[in-house]
Design a protein around this ligand. Structure first.
Ligand code: FE
Length: 215
């Protein structure tokens, strides 16, 4: 059973994405402040360059977040939970948060966000639900996931799988990537439009990503 994620459906390329453009919604540029709430994050410096309103980088022509191959390791019916961290679990702790937005920049509450990933050693739990879990965005369209930085396995760069589904809408299946990873350049699935904004927080990491979905 040699499963190979390097054989994906051709990922849709060149969709000009909004994940990065939408990041200021969270006030979390690469070197920005950490962990602020999505709505109130931009209050610090009212200089022209810093006065981005929560929707300043989200215009009505935002394209949806690109889809990517599901890969071979998705398991349906993951547990409802916002933390995938278990006692004794190895790996750098990662807090991943963001919004689900419509292409018109409106937050989409009650969107399903289902994550799965390998462990610190690059191994997926294909028998149970370790490092798998789903949640629903809150009234602000926000999700927060507590997990670990996924390890590496042959043929892929570091990534987290996710499915996003606005209420009564289609499912977006995609993957999220980490900046500065040596394997990003050689991974045939990698898409820079799906890069997380990551910053260190002590011994842990904080990352943000906003999904844009077609309603
Ligand atoms: Fe994978």
């Amino acid at each position: 059973m040699e499963l190979n994620e390097q054989n994906p459906d051709k990922p849709s390329r060149r969709i000009v994405l909004k994940a990065i453009a939408a990041l200021p919604v969270l006030g979390l540029s690469a070197c920005g402040d950490a962990g602020s709430s999505p709505v109130t994050a931009t209050s610090a410096s009212p200089s022209p360059a810093a006065t981005l309103s929560p929707t300043a980088q989200c215009t009505d022509d935002d394209d949806p977040t690109p889809s990517q191959t599901e890969g071979p390791y998705f398991t349906p019916s993951s547990p409802l939970r916002t933390s995938l961290v278990e006692t004794g679990m190895a790996g750098t702790r990662l807090s991943l948060s963001g919004l689900v937005l419509s292409t018109a920049c409106a937050p989409v509450p009650q969107s399903l966000v289902d994550f799965w990933q390998c462990d610190d050693a690059g191994v997926y739990d294909n028998a149970g639900y370790r490092l798998r879990g789903h949640q629903f965005t809150d009234a602000s369209g926000r999700f927060v996931l507590e997990t670990i930085v996924p390890g590496l396995y042959p043929g892929r760069t570091r990534h987290i799988h996710v499915k996003v589904q606005a209420p009564s809408r289609g499912v977006l299946t995609t993957q999220l990537y980490f900046p500065g990873e040596p394997r990003n350049a050689s991974d045939g699935i990698f898409n820079a439009d799906l890069l997380l904004a990551v910053q260190s927080a002590g011994g842990a990491q904080q990352a943000t990503f906003n999904f844009v979905v077609q309603l």
